[in-house]
Design a protein around this ligand. Structure first.
Ligand code: CO
Length: 498
């Protein structure tokens, strides 16, 4: 008898999808209601009494206006929600960011602006050609900085909000740090204190035939909270598309994807700006390693290292190990885009590439690179325990597809042991769909996975949004709270401890 041949993981047949498309698409809707401090009760389980603080989430809250749908949900106006926890209780506040564009469109109930991801004004290309205004929709991320809550959108200035009421204070230049309209990433990283005080590290990129990358670090605690404490700018050759980055004690790590940008269809009113991005055939992606001012390589030039093929939006984490810099990222085989003739509600998941978690190890002495895949399961929105940001971390938590292989909507939350590949999965399926998980360490925790994972899910069975609280170690469900507002799939959020 010949021994059984076990095919490599990637050659195994994918099990069929089990979700219902109508359940998934039910989340594409407008939020019509704004609530303030609405008390919440757990429909199942109990809210942990030690969970004290606020979960802020941002995402598109308006997807249709006057019968016209956005071309891509990323073009929807930013709506913030705040879920406040204390003593085993919780309350809910939600509010649209009062951007200039939202106010103008709300007043006339018409689409007045084009969207970066392909939303057009009524009237076809003629009505859209040469309208190159950007509508700052403030919909990508929300973080505390100093006395403000910042609603972030990477192509322009942040909006400052009141952290308690979510009222919009207005566009902010952060006490003169930014020039009007200057790009400010929607992906700050929070250094837990690699060099003493904790910091918010972030960047802005001004692109063209050459690109200027500005790296900024802000104090987040004490009397200097919100102040800029470090600032450097570097110029790189070529067009840059940088959505996220990663930090270590000594480095800010960027992955410049091999993409081309042809603005002509945007200028002519045929496509949104982001639809003009294409993977560059034969192009070479690069890691851009920028020395942090507080680190051992301060003042040195950035280092450029060839990166593997593929497209990356998000990183899980980065860390240093001796002379090696390790970066863990979610790779797509190609730049995923929704073309002008496609309806996002009917996209075929089989035809778009899935995100796969990979670890790249850069030898800083030789510049050589080695990569390994950490999981074959489609994932997005991954994070480590925030106290391990920039340091070697044992565990990652991430949103994953409902099945082990193939591209599908995100329906489960996975805890992955990054050292030995062991995993634990909590599933919202078959009728639930997850968003970004936020890992919140338990106060006084002594192990890395002690705490909770919070995620807002779309519950297709009741056509509503639920907040789910999981035990971060076991991934057991601790509480499910039915939210009083049904919300489209969100983007990013953050936890502010009380
Ligand atoms: Co992002």
């Amino acid at each position: 008898m010949s021994p059984a041949i076990v095919p490599p993981l990637s050659d195994l047949p994918s099990p069929p999808s089990t979700y219902d498309r109508a359940d998934w698409a039910g989340a594409f809707r407008n939020v019509e209601l704004e609530l303030e401090n609405e008390p919440l009760v757990a429909a199942r389980g109990e809210i942990p009494a030690e969970l004290t603080g606020c979960l802020y989430r941002n995402g598109p809250g308006r997807l249709e206006r006057g019968g016209r749908w956005v071309h891509h949900p990323f073009d929807g106006d930013g709506m913030i929600c705040a879920l406040r926890f204390s003593g085993g209780g919780a309350c809910f506040t939600n509010r649209f960011v009062r951007t200039e564009g939202w106010l103008a469109e709300e007043a006339v109930d018409q689409v007045l602006y084009r969207g970066v991801f392909g939303t057009q004004k009524p009237g076809g290309p003629l009505a859209n050609a040469f309208d190159l205004r950007l509508k700052n929709i403030a919909n990508t991320h929300v973080v505390r900085l100093g006395d403000d809550l910042l609603a972030l959108w990477e192509a322009s200035s942040p909006h400052a909000l009141d952290p308690a009421t979510l009222e919009t204070r207005g566009l902010t230049l952060l006490d003169g740090v930014l020039k009007p309209g200057e790009a400010f990433s929607a992906h700050p990283r929070f250094d837990p204190g690699h060099h003493g005080e904790p910091r918010m590290v972030t960047f802005g990129v001004k692109t063209g035939p050459r690109s200027t990358l500005r790296l900024m670090e802000f104090a987040t605690e004490g009397p200097r909270a919100g102040q800029l404490v470090s600032d450097r700018s570097d110029i790189f050759k070529g067009f840059a598309f940088l959505h996220d980055f990663a930090i270590t004690p000594n480095w800010a790590v960027f992955l410049q994807n091999a993409v081309d940008f042809n603005p002509l269809p945007f200028v002519l009113g045929q496509k949104g700006a982001a639809q003009c991005l294409r993977s560059k055939a034969g192009g070479q992606a690069q890691f851009w390693l920028v020395p942090r001012d507080c680190g051992a390589f301060a003042g040195q030039q950035p280092r450029l290292i060839d990166a593997p093929e593929g497209f990356v939006f998000h990183h899980l984490n980065a860390y240093e190990e001796g002379d090696q810099l390790v970066v863990e990222s979610i790779f797509y085989a190609d730049f995923p885009s929704i073309g002008p003739d496609m309806d996002f509600r009917s996209i075929d998941f089989e035809l778009i590439p899935e995100g796969l978690l990979e670890r790249c190890r850069i030898d800083l002495t030789t510049g050589s690179l080695s990569c390994e895949r950490l999981s074959e399961r489609c994932c997005e929105f991954a994070m480590v325990n925030p106290t391990r940001e920039g340091l070697p971390a044992r565990y990652g938590w991430m949103a994953v597809a409902g099945r082990d292989q193939g591209n599908d909507p995100l329906q489960a939350i996975k805890k992955l042991d990054l050292m030995n590949g062991e995993r634990r999965v909590w599933s919202a399926g078959p009728r639930g769909f997850v968003s970004e998980p936020i890992m919140v360490p338990r106060p006084g925790a002594t192990s890395e996975d002690e705490g909770w994972v919070l995620t807002v899910i779309w519950n297709g069975a009741r056509n509503g949004s639920d907040l789910v609280i999981l035990n971060a170690s076991t991934m057991a469900e601790q509480a499910v709270i039915e939210l009083p507002v049904a919300m489209p799939y969100g983007l990013h959020g953050s936890w502010a401890a009380a």
